[in-house]
Design a protein around this ligand. Structure first.
Ligand SMILES: NC(=O)c1ccc[n+]([C@@H]2O[C@H](COP(=O)([O-])OP(=O)(O)OC[C@H]3O[C@@H](n4cnc5c(N)ncnc54)[C@H](O)[C@@H]3O)[C@@H](O)[C@H]2O)c1
Length: 264
């Protein structure tokens, strides 16, 4: 499949985990990918085989088009600069993936500090809202390509759809991302901008190293998922679909990629 030939995509949090797998997949599908992150290097506690090679370098090594741009999603100006770079460098902006996120560990309500709560909200929710603003500001200024002027994919979580103990701040941030997605989908439909989200289950990324390193915690994660556990490439496949023309009539959807967690 080369469903994104000639298109231009931005992925935030592109250096590690889901953002890295997604960037590689979008490039495989033919997109030029702007890899935006705090730093170009992958998290060293991640599970990728080639951690020492930066995402944009991997794409270029495989003959794709990519650029790294340093950004902090909690800073709107930084995200606007990412959008500017995408258009200056590659000519337009077809897809924007709000993937950067943080999870500071399981914490009961009285143990999660206000600083941890605020950081979680700032990165996961504010960062997604700023990202949507930066993307839409650019997309509105361009002619539609086929049936769409642009596509936004937000990375939420199963935690945003159901209740679990000791994850209140993170769940609240992701639930808000899901409803931001639905609201913007309605608002932007007349402009032919699709806004969807993916709700991942638990995956092996640096963010979740704490679960994978503890056999009891890993067993609990496995028991939560009806199917055997997935890999970041499963999320990447969902993003590639939602960013493609095949998803032109899909907007406001929260797509669980969770091995059946939310079906229970
Ligand atoms: N891994 C999972 O099981 C899982 C489950 C549900 C949802 N998610 C979501 O998927 C997304 C990616 O998670 P992951 O597991 O790949 O995490 P990760 O920690 O492995 O990678 C996150 C990347 O985002 C970057 N980042 C963090 N804060 C940033 C900021 N302020 N500005 C720019 N970049 C920043 C990091 O540098 C890192 O490269 C997140 O939104 C996360 O909440 C992950």
């Amino acid at each position: 499949m080369r469903g994104l030939d000639g298109q231009v995509a931005v992925v935030t949090g592109a250096s590690s985990g889901h953002g890295r797998a997604t960037s590689l997949r979008l490039a495989e599908e033919g997109a030029a990918v702007v890899c935006a992150d705090l730093r170009p290097g992958a998290r060293k506690d991640g599970f990728e085989a080639d951690l020492e090679v930066d995402t944009h370098a991997l794409i270029e090594r495989d003959g794709g088009r990519a650029a790294f741009v340093e950004c902090d999603v909690t800073d709107e100006a930084s995200l606007r600069a990412v959008a500017d770079l995408a258009v200056e460098r590659f000519g337009r902006l077809d897809a924007w993936v709000n993937n950067a996120g943080t999870f500071l560990g399981l914490k009961p309500l009285l143990e999660e500090t206000p600083d941890q709560y605020r950081t979680t909200m700032e990165v996961n929710l504010d960062g997604t809202w700023y990202g949507c603003r930066a993307a839409v500001a650019k997309m509105l200024g361009q002619e539609p390509r086929g049936r769409s002027r642009g596509r936004i994919v937000n990375i939420g979580s199963v935690a945003g759809e159901f209740g679990q103990a000791d994850i209140g701040g993170y769940s609240a941030s992701k639930g808000a991302v899901h409803n931001l997605t639905r609201a913007l989908a309605i608002e932007l439909a007349p402009q032919l901008i699709n806004v969807n989200a993916i709700a991942p289950g638990y995956f092996p990324t640096g963010m979740n190293r704490v679960f994978w390193d503890d056999p009891e915690a890993l067993q609990a994660v496995e028991e939560l998922h009806p199917l055997p556990l997935g890999v970041p490439a499963d999320i990447a496949a969902g993003v590639a679909f939602l960013a493609s023309d095949d998803a032109a009539f899909i907007t406001g959807t929260i797509l669980p990629i969770d091995g059946g967690v939310l079906a229970k």
